[in-house]
Design a protein around this ligand. Structure first.
Ligand code: GLN
Length: 293
């Protein structure tokens, strides 16, 4: 491969991504090139003639080729923004989605009912995005994030460290709340948040290939009807929530009614679902009955 300059590399890579039908080709190119060379779109505008080493342009070409085969950008560059924080992301973790930010908003909307130093539990924490976004807003809160995947727990721990929350966040590896049995008291958490796997067996084949072929199935598939994780989590909530505490669960677009029924069966009081950016039901809030909102 002959040597290229930054401007040419940006142009060629944008063409490659656009030809593969990638909508935000220019933006994604900027991020890929910056990941490899340290120079992004602004640098390319300011100094397009900057020489790029052959090895670097070859590395960009390799990543662009993987991108055209559907691999998500976040896995290629290893990070993804969520709630204006930069999260490390690997193939062991689900990629944080903007829609999940409505869970953080739901917690903030209920700030008045929470103590000054709330204790937060994030079940299936993945990158740690929900727990750490909440810790960024609730400055005196402490939290526990749990993930069944040891690789994901390692990523969440690294994110807690690099975002400066390791003194307030504990990351455990285990199956939902099972690993909390020792060391935590019943009714300890003021916020229990979770974005569990909720894709049903029927929905799986229709999932976008970039999701289905690259993201961890264990973080997506919720059993035959997509509701297995809710059944497991709901049964634990009465023992986990502090009086006045709040469970905040992400749900699939058509699951509000069924998940509400599962929660009610466990004696919880459920609020009207909250919508995501696309207007789909995305978040359910539940409380202990005697401490409803
Ligand atoms: N929202 C994700 C998707 O559409 C699913 C995430 C999940 O199962 N928790 O791919």
């Amino acid at each position: 491969m002959s040597p290229v300059n930054l401007g040419t590399l940006m142009g060629k890579t944008t063409e490659t991504l656009a030809a593969a039908g990638i909508e935000a080709a220019r933006l994604e190119t900027g991020l890929l090139v910056e990941h490899v060379t340290g120079f992004g779109r602004m640098a390319a505008l300011g100094a397009p003639e900057r020489a790029i080493e052959t090895a670097a342009s070859a590395a960009v070409a390799k990543l662009a080729a993987r991108r055209t085969r559907g691999e998500p950008l976040a896995y290629l560059i290893g990070t993804r923004e969520f709630w204006s924080l930069d999260f490390l992301v690997t193939r062991q973790t689900l990629i944080p989605r903007p829609d999940s930010e409505c869970l953080v908003e739901a917690a903030l909307a209920n700030r008045a009912r929470l103590p000054d130093r709330p204790r937060i539990l994030d079940l299936g924490t993945g990158t740690g995005c929900l727990l750490l976004a909440l810790l960024s807003e609730f400055k005196d809160a402490t939290g526990v994030g749990v993930d069944i995947d040891a690789g994901a727990a390692t990523v969440a721990r690294a994110n807690a460290e690099r975002l400066g929350f390791s003194d307030r966040a504990r990351i455990l590896c285990g199956n939902w709340a099972d690993c909390l049995n020792s060391g935590t008291k019943p009714g300890e958490f003021h916020i229990v948040v979770s974005n569990p796997p909720y894709i049903s067996a029927d929905e799986w084949p229709d999932l976008a290939p970039t999701v289905r072929e690259f993201e961890p199935p264990r973080a997506l598939l919720g059993g035959t009807d997509g509701l297995n994780a809710y059944r497991q989590i709901a049964g634990r909530l009465p023992g986990l929530l502090a009086p006045g505490g709040l469970a905040i669960l992400e749900i699939g677009a058509r699951q509000a009614h069924q998940v509400a029924e599962i929660l009610k069966f466990e004696g919880l009081k459920v609020q009207k679902p909250l919508k995501d950016l696309a207007g789909h039901d995305r978040c359910l809030l539940a409380t202990l009955k005697k401490h409803d909102i």
